[in-house]
Design a protein around this ligand. Structure first.
Ligand SMILES: Cc1cc2nc3c(=O)[nH]c(=O)nc-3n(C[C@H](O)[C@H](O)[C@H](O)COP(=O)(O)OP(=O)(O)OC[C@H]3O[C@@H](n4cnc5c(N)ncnc54)[C@H](O)[C@@H]3O)c2cc1C
Length: 352
């Protein structure tokens, strides 16, 4: 939707896409599908807004046509810590070579276009680079789908890169600028994950309301009990607050507000916690019916993916704390001493 018509998109604005995404995630009853849609949208946005014209012409029509993409950041030794990336881009006379691996990557088994974050050593400094690879390039080996507790409709796998030739046109931005862009992409993805958490619970809450009205014990429907009502209200309140935080973070992100980095982390943490708590509340409300294999128990195991997918709670807290420190340092540098009224009177008296 937000891709310009030149590349086969609908030319909508960012907010129209947010509304469509929310409707999709709130209807599909699949967190895995919402995550895949968020990932695909992030990849498309990143090429649309940061790619060269050649990259846009080569890749956007394919992604808009439904070819799945993957964004590969996590590695066995890094996970949460982006600065510890081991996948390495090195220069050669034709461009670059990529070596390393990635793990737990959504859609890795099926993706035809893969965005990879890798380290790039230039002189004495290490940078983060982003490269756009065709999955058919020589040297790329990928696993089949791995067994996971939930999100079974989102195939997750590993990727190995053995001396993959990367010509210069496949690098997104300058090879040294990747970290800035990676944070930009990650923020968007976190906010859409947060919106997914807020939206995906909606149809399950509607089911629970109907269940609580129908399920009777001693001829009394369980929704007559205030404890039961409280569970339902809590699920509703969590979904609302997660939704508004996600929308606020997306609003900041769309307007290029630097505070979006912090807000997107806050949105992701709160929405993931709210979703997992609400999933357990809905399970409890259905009693042993909820524990049978079916849509609700699938939803509960799906919700648990959000504990680590899109970044763990600890990683986001570290990010929020780093932003708090940065803001404090900035405020200290720009602070101007404004004397209180009494001080002014005293000072004037002294000078007089
Ligand atoms: C369903 C799903 C889909 C995913 N899709 C993708 C994808 O498409 N692309 C991608 O790149 N990745 C993807 N991931 C991987 C995901 O981003 C990582 O799982 C996540 O970043 C955590 O990394 P890790 O699993 O290596 O945990 P680790 O980094 O090993 O962390 C283990 C625990 O230690 C804590 N911890 C680690 N370091 C610190 C620290 N310094 N301070 C405090 N606590 C710390 C963590 O918070 C966590 O609780 C996916 C994961 C899942 C579950």
């Amino acid at each position: 939707m937000p891709v310009s018509r030149d590349f086969g998109g609908a030319g909508c604005n960012g907010l129209e896409f947010v509304a469509a995404f929310e409707a999709l995630a709130g209807t599909m009853r699949s967190l895995g599908f919402a995550m895949a849609a968020a990932n695909q949208a992030t990849l498309i946005d990143c090429i649309h807004s940061m790619g060269t014209r050649e990259q846009q012409i080569a890749l956007l029509p394919r992604l808009l046509d439904g070819e799945p993409g993957a964004t590969a950041i996590s590695e066995r030794g890094t996970g949460t810590e982006i600065r510890a990336l081991q996948a390495r881009l090195t220069g050669d006379k034709h461009g670059y070579r990529l070596n390393g691996h990635k793990y737990n990557i959504s859609l890795a088994p099926d993706a035809s276009i893969i965005l990879v974050a890798a380290r790039y050593d230039d002189d004495a400094r290490t940078h983060t680079s982003l490269v756009l690879l065709d999955a058919a390039l020589p040297g790329i080996v990928r696993s089949g789908p791995q067994g996971t507790l939930g999100v079974r409709d989102l195939p997750i796998g590993d990727l190995q890169f053995d001396d993959v030739p990367v010509d210069r046109q496949r690098v997104l931005g300058a090879p040294r600028d990747g970290l800035k862009w990676l944070m930009h992409i990650a923020s968007m993805n976190r906010a859409y994950f947060a919106l997914s958490c807020a939206s995906v619970v909606r149809p399950f809450l509607a089911d629970a309301l109907a269940y609580a009205a129908e399920r009777k014990i001693l001829d009394v429907p369980i929704d007559a009990h205030q404890y039961v009502q409280r569970r339902l209200v809590d699920v509703r309140m969590r979904a609302e607050r997660s939704r508004w935080m996600a929308l606020a973070a997306l609003g900041q992100w769309l307007h290029g507000d630097p505070d979006a980095l912090e807000s997107c982390s806050i949105a992701k943490i709160t929405a993931a916690q709210d979703l997992t708590q609400s999933a357990i509340d809905l399970l409890a409300l259905h009693g042993s019916d909820g524990y049978r294999y079916g849509a609700l128990s699938t939803f509960v195991t799906d919700a648990l993916a959000m504990v680590s997918a899109g970044g763990t709670e600890e990683m986001h807290r570290r990010n929020v704390f780093a932003q708090m420190q940065r803001r404090r340092e900035r405020d200290m540098k720009t602070a101007v001493y404004t004397p209180a009224v009494e001080d002014t009177a005293e000072t004037s008296a002294e000078s007089a």
